[in-house]
Design a protein around this ligand. Sequence first.
Ligand code: FAD
Length: 427
Amino acid sequence: MIPNILYTLHHDLCTGCGICEGACPHGAITTVVRQGRFLPTIDEKLCRNSTGCHRCMDSCPGVGVDLVKMADEFFMDDGTKTDKWVGHYLKCFTGHSNDEDIRYHCASGGMVSQFLIFLLEKGYIDGAVVTAFDPKNELLVRSYIAHNREEVLQAKSSKYAPVSLHGMAQAIKQDKGTRYVIVGLPCHIQGFRKLEAVDRKFREKIAGYFAIYCSSGRTFYLTEHVFKERGIRKEDLTYFAYRDEGCLGSLIAKQNCKSLNDKDEVYKERFQSYYHSLRSFFIPRRCLFCIDHYGELGDVCFGDIHIKPYMDDKIGVNSLVVRKKEWLDLLEEAHKEDVITLDEIPVETLNASQKMAGKKKGRNERFIVLNKRLGRIMPEYDVQLPDKIGLKAILDYFQNRVQQFLGQHKTLWWLVSKLKKDTSHYE
Ligand SMILES: Cc1cc2nc3c(=O)[nH]c(=O)nc-3n(C[C@H](O)[C@H](O)[C@H](O)COP(=O)(O)OP(=O)(O)OC[C@H]3O[C@@H](n4cnc5c(N)ncnc54)[C@H](O)[C@@H]3O)c2cc1C
């Protein structure tokens, strides 16, 4: 019998994407916050697993996905080339929004937001699933379908917190439009691609997937730790961004401060300063076994570009990978209409700018092999895993696990503060 989602949970393979909740036809799954992450809980009385239902497992990216087979199926007909790290691609670009305000305040160059606005305003799509910062929400993040420019821009920039898209498949099916884009991390896109195969109503409404490159996710404890160290009070926040004001940007926290005549008090710190200093302390274990940096099942994928001369940019610049002719044509249309800037780059330049892409396919594959040899259940991908692990990967794995242990236990956070990397040169 194919197990239910408890299998993923028990083997600590859950990515926290929440897709199983929407996939369950019996309402047996609820996504809850536990140990700084989103995890599913199951009401065994409602679960119909014993009668052959395994929708939750069918859509679960945590247990792995046939990345190569699925990407071949989705993209090969468009005449794509393949690259060891990027997977399928038609073209790679750098680019940015031509609206200086959007470019400056978004995560990289505002390409995701600007392109979504273009698609919505032209009527090419009816909505897009996005994730916004929400000061009224206990978790500070909220996902929804954006139908217009304002709703897209509310969701601008990167959220270094768990993002569960559990209500989104249902929301798309119930929304009155016919064409939707989902913006998500590689694991979100993998889950939705799997869901598509078993949910026709959902599949029929999907126009495309925009993936965001992802080196790894972060638990809610990252934000809690950063706030604690800096004296930022969650309950007083009126505005917050992990990245705002320029290329890569800064953490900006505005909080209502009564003692300052009711004016907003602003805290600002360079993104690299707080983010890079925290090493792997707040990375979920499952991310160590992820081999998909670029979002290989996304129709278009968006990221930064960490290489000169782009790194010297002060306003904002993106890199992107396009895999579908339809989306390439629409990007070029937006470029012709002067909405975005688009410059083709060789795939080698892109890879040179993304060190983590190599780590995911090299290092993380070794982590999978190591854990399999230790008798642990690992995600299954349709790739050839390396035969040898090597001492470096073994040490790297255990260092990561020790750091994660410290990050998971709040009583040990004083050690995190002591062991974190010195990034004062970014200030
Ligand atoms: C956890 C994480 C890790 C990343 N790692 C890398 C990396 O290693 N290398 C790299 O080049 N780029 C990475 N990025 C991508 C980068 O930070 C930008 O998100 C990307 O370049 C898009 O920039 P933009 O200005 O076009 O996006 P914007 O126009 O600012 O729009 C961002 C969009 O992303 C969505 N979004 C933001 N955070 C999340 C989230 N956590 N889950 C789902 N959707 C979200 C929002 O809904 C919004 O629509 C990462 C992003 C995240 C969230």
